[in-house]
Design a protein around this ligand. Structure first.
Ligand code: 13P
Length: 256
């Protein structure tokens, strides 16, 4: 097995005030031991980025934005650029989340441009891909995921390709309580790794972390993390409570 540092990310979406975000981060750091064998990423809403950054006091805790505009500055009312996110202390930015694609009309080309902007400013994108229920049922899961990855990563240099984090989030599993089975998730993760290897380089793909997201809960975390190609998790609902997210961060695996 390649040495891929597990990454567990809390995507809070449009939840938590600054005060709530700070007390969650304080409590999670108090209630878990610092770790060198996993990375914990908190993605609060933009308004709480700075406060969470100031609260993070451990090297295994990192900060992520939930979105990013592709331009550096300009007349784009309501948008936030990669320059600003870097300035706010972000290490990562989630790009192309299915809610951005489906509710806000983000195209593969926009996702690509955002990803380039995030790298340009010294952060690491967490690229989200995943099929809808209709696409799964009509047998196009692999085709859809393959196209999303290919278009997003056009022109990355080898170092960027190695750093990129990919998150497989089947749309039908997000916020529905319907998790992909560990086998279903593993099948798509292995496919993404193989295709990514063909696109960039096999050794790059073997070092790339591929996260699973979609109704991850304390009771399914261990079986998901036991899968050979699942290198971490992107957690929505279950990341809002310290107790449930703590259990997810403390996943147990027999994987070597
Ligand atoms: P849920 O964990 O609430 O299904 O959300 C998953 C997700 O969208 C994480 O980005």
């Amino acid at each position: 097995m390649e040495n891929r540092l597990p990454l567990i990310a809390a995507n809070w979406k449009m939840h938590k005030t600054i005060g709530e975000a700070v007390s969650f981060t304080e409590d999670l750091q108090k209630e878990t031991a610092p770790s060198v064998d996993r990375e914990v990423v908190i993605a609060p809403p933009f308004t709480a980025l700075d406060a969470v950054r100031r609260t993070i006091s451990r090297p295994d805790f990192k900060l992520a934005a939930q979105n990013c505009h592709c331009e550096e500055q300009g007349a784009f009312t309501g948008e936030i650029s990669a320059v600003m996110l870097k300035d706010a202390g972000c290490d990562y930015a989630i790009i192309g989340h299915s809610e951005r694609r489906h509710l806000f009309g983000e195209t593969d080309d926009m996702v690509h441009r955002k990803l380039v902007a995030v790298f340009r400013h010294g952060m690491v994108p967490i690229l989200c891909v995943g099929e809808t229920l209709e696409q799964r049922e009509d047998g196009s899961t692999f085709k859809v995921v393959d196209a999303q990855v290919q278009q997003a990563v056009l022109g990355l240099n080898p170092q960027e390709a190695r750093l990129l984090v990919i998150a497989y989030e089947p749309v039908w599993a997000i916020g529905t309580g319907k998790t992909a089975t560990p086998g279903q998730a593993q099948e798509v993760h292995a496919f993404i790794r193989e295709r990514y290897g063909a696109l960039c380089d096999k050794s790059v793909a073997n070092a790339t972390r591929i996260l699973y997201g979609g109704s991850v809960k304390p009771d399914n975390v261990d079986s998901l993390m036991d899968q050979p190609d699942i290198d971490g998790l992107l957690v929505g609902g279950a990341s809002l409570e310290v107790n449930s997210f703590k259990r997810i961060v403390q996943f147990k695996t027999t994987k070597k």
